[in-house]
Design a protein around this ligand. Sequence first.
Ligand code: MOS
Length: 709
Amino acid sequence: MTTTTTGTRAAKAVGTAHTRVEGRDKVTGAARYAGEIPFAGLAHGWLVLSTITRGRIRSVETEAVTGMPGVLMVLHHGNAPRVDTDYVGMLGMPPDPTVAVFQHDRVPHAGWPVALVVAETSEQAREAAEALVVRYEEEPHDVTFAGEYPDAHAVAGPSGAGVEEKGDLEAELAASDVVLDAVYSTPEEHHNSMEPHAVTALWDGGRLEVVDSNQGTLWVAGELANLFSLDPASVRVRSEHVGGGFGSKGVRAHQVAAVMAATALSRPVRVVMTRRQMFSLAGYRSPTTQRVRLGADAEGRLRALAHRCVSLTSTVYEFVESGAGPARVMYDAPAHHTANRVVPLDVPSPTFMRAPGEAPGSFALESALDELAEKCGVDPIELRLRNEPEVGPVSGLPFATRNLPACFREGARRFGWAGRDARPGVRREGRWLLGTGTAAASFGARAMPSTAAVTAEADGTFTVRINAADIGTGARTALTLVAADALEVPTGRVRVRIGDSDFGPAMIAGRSMGTRSWAWAVTAAAEELRERLVLSGVVPAEGITVRSDTTEAIGALTQKERHSFGAQFAEVAVDVSTGEVRVRRMLGVFAAGRIVNPLTARGQLVGGMTWGISMALHEEAVRDRRTGALYGPDLAGYHVSTNADVPVVEAEWVDDPDPDDPVGFKGIGEIGIVGAAAAIANAVWHATGVRHRSLPIRPDRVLTAGPHA
Ligand code: MOS
């Protein structure tokens, strides 16, 4: 027995910069990722993807490869076990049939998984996979997304993602002094995390053990239990370190294939996606076509707002990129119509990608606001302030906090917005035309129920166990600070263990709700433990553990619109003779609740803004109409912003307390990208006088965009 002291710590950890608690392990290589953890008797699976875009598999010619060195088996639709897809998963959605591998002979898109070759080594599996002949009956396909699709079907979707309408749109447009009607488009974009998707599956004493790279172990465990009709308690998924996810790391084809092979072979099987396979199997952001109609009085006050977003989905699953979402939060008008619609094509299923809906939606909406400001002759910040809503435009609920004006005020001050000459195309520096632009950002800031356990150890340290996922955000470190404050001990006495489905239910790392939701549960358990220790500081050898469950507390929170907000600023230089656009500087000022760890928070926000540069200027996956596959599906062919493209990018924040909320944190996972591309596009207009409504703003688009001011 030992006596543990609490309550003697001087400073608060939350709000102070803290390097990542696992940072040293990561940079020294001590941290092991899912694809590199050793297992005795490990076999390696290599996925074989379809080379056609639509049709049927006629034959999988396995005989020729089963005799190759090291080959253990070839799984395909002719011999794979059946799985069950008739369920609704943890996120309230049915499974994407793409994960139910090898169930039939249909091929609905290019890069569809048709076989898994398993061998003693990864190299042997790859060689056999590349030698495997699969014969197909090919059918015609359509992969081309273009146009506004007037007949595209409206979606019911979760959280009213389909159609929301109030007021008489045509009447309000007709009565408006200023009207804008413009179509914006964004391309297919991919979130290719540095660490590819990787899994090892094995059976251990009647339990399925899965070592994986994902955004939520219980999410993946639940999907696998459902697919294989297993008792959820007999599936354990661990995911200690994750090298990026961005929405793509849920359950995917490789985990299901690995479980099938591990079951058939009774040995551990590892499957890792290749970089190129990720472009077919990891999901992506749908391209969008968005029509925005705005009507305003002469002072720029909105009378009408219509935002219609069309995205694509696969023929096997409906995933909706709800670009019309931001309009439901940002601006009100007597006539307010928003719609998300979707068109099925012979392409892989799109999925969540950082700020799904908000990223492309804010490009269209915040570009349109800039165009309206120009037409009204009102400063773009002033125009937005004139249109600050009293309540949620669609929900009618009050905002818990809405500190967007503070973000614009602080941003304008830091960026040097005052005295900006609104005229486009009048600032020149050598071969460059210069311009500045701004845009607003918002992202939902809700919390989801989670459980946590905090143990006072006999040696005076504390162990937090929570099924959180740190996908690079710094969540593990944030939770260390949160626990230390709740326990009133220094951070050095707290260790946080995450990424294990045996730790019990918790929110996934998604929708920017992870750290906030987990912090709530950790705080609840740690505070109760501290109170117990105050009563009796004696800790037995096995420690004292307190568990929390925030289901009731979160359920009791008053219904309000809860969001983070932000103001994005960009300065660009455009060379109209080469078409080159350079971002010179960016500033984002955010109202995102209390900031837990300024160091990692800044990294997260700057990372999102950097992705905004990428989205505005570089990223675009292009499908070959003839083959139905992508051109250059790798990090050579798919252009992302790299160091030379990224100048001074600064993220700051304003105080944003929410009096109702005992935690006071909001999510910052995704808001950094929201509005960033619009701020850059608006700056390109200010530099050149030419409005770019299609992303990315490529050099050829700048060159062919017509006369520059
Ligand atoms: Mo996020 S796109 O909810 O990982």
